[in-house]
Structure formats: C-alpha cells, structure tokens
Design a binder for this molecule. Sequence first.
Ligand SMILES: [Zn+2]
Ligand SMILES: [Zn+2]
Length: 278
Amino acid sequence: MNALHSENNREPGAAGISLVDSHAHLDVPEFDPDREEVIVRAREAGVRTILCPADLISDRSLPTVLEIVDRHPGFLAAAGVHPHQAKDFGDDHLRRIGELRAEGRIVAVGEIGLDFYYDFSTPDEQRRCFREQLLLARSAGLPAIIHSRLAGSDVLASIRETDFDRGGILHCYTEDAATAEAMIDRGFVISFSGILTFANAGPLREVARRIPLDKLLVETDSPYLAPVPLRSQKRNEPAFVAETARVLAGLKGVSFDTLAEATTRNFFALFGTPRERA
Ligand SMILES: [Zn+2]
Ligand SMILES: [Zn+2]
C-alpha cells in the first residue's frame, strides 16, 4: 500500500475524504481497455466527482463523455473546441453547444482558450474560436473551462473584450500570479494539475501559495501529466489527483482533509450540488 491508499482508505460518507477531479479526459482511447476499473479506483481514492470535457472536433469524444456521465452520477460534462483545433471551428460547434445546454447535458463550455506554446492553429484562429465560444457561454449562462498556455494576457484581454462574466475554471494552471488574480476578480477559480508536483515547478508552487484557499481546485488532466511520485505510470488517472492535493495542502499550510474539503466546496460553488442541478 502506498501513501495514496493509506490516507484515503476510509469508508465513504460524511467522514470520508471527498476529492473532485475538476478535469479528466476519460473519453480518450487510452481508457478504452479499462475505463470502469479506472473509475472504481477513483472512487476508492475518494474521487466521486469528475468533470469530463468533450472535444467537439472529435467524432467519438462527445458521445463517449455523455455515456460516461450518464453511467456515473456525480460526473459532469463540458463541451467545446480546444485551441489546438481552432482552425476547424465553425458555427456547427456553437450550435451543438447550444443544443447541449438546452438539453441540460453540459455544465460548462470547455475546454476553450489559447495555447501559444503549440501552433496547431494560428493565434488569430485561436482568438476567434475562443471569443465566439465565450460569447455563447455568456449568453447561455454557462461558466467556461479555460486552457491557457503562454497566453495569460491574451486570455484576460478576451475575457474583458467579450465582457464575459460567468466565471469558470482556469484549468491546468501554469500562468503567473498576476493573471490568476485578475481572473479571480472575474469570477474564476484556479485548478492545478500534476505539474504542481514536478521537480522543476518551483515558480508555479509560489503562484499556488498566493492563491486563496477558496479559489483553488485540483485536477489530473488525465491521461496526461501523471504527478510525482507516479511519473513512471505512463497514463495518469483520476485517483492520482490526491498527490496534487497533497502538495497543494503543503503549500497552503493546511491538512490534506482541509484542502480536500475546500476544493470540493469550491467546485460545487461553481456548478451547484447534484441536488441543486436536479
Ligand atoms: Zn487543457
Ligand atoms: Zn484538458
């Protein structure tokens, strides 16, 4: 038994650890062989809520995400066009998001955003794709799940120019403290992935330390970015979110349980509890 299990291995329920993985791509083919086992391991680790963002460019992503959330009460779906795929974005995708909203199938638009590290789509294509989805999310009354890489000031400019006021999540956060603070002022919370546990992530840990406890979330971004000490596992999975939560608790100077409770509360403050959504 490793530390992950010894600390989390309690009876579920009021006294048990409850963690939310705010971002996991459980729909991807990497999970086809054993998706249900992965979800069982997540529950055993106290992860009873997982937000699954569907990629509208892929034919299989949305149906797979919807099937997963239908089978697992407490799991939530989002949908959007990722900045990598911005060059293929069009009105059909906006229409699909609108339909999903009307059907009550999604709780957020995402992941959307800007990624200037990769150039799978040009910056202009990315900005147009991001802003049109922000405008739709605003009019639909949905929060946004935002991916931002080397693009913090541009993301902020897009939020301001679209007057986006629905808040949401900055996922897999790697930008600076000033961007985080400006986005928190706009109703966003900041979600940290396994990157926070990496040896070379000292500057990011300093950013995390400065973010108030009531504005923090944790995520895996599975199947990518397995946290330390699980880097040898080629595939990340939601049960491993406890490792990122443990590091974040240390940075904030609180117990693991306090961090778990806070991030769970922050998540439901954004999306409502299951009863409120029903
Ligand atoms: Zn992302
Ligand atoms: Zn993602």
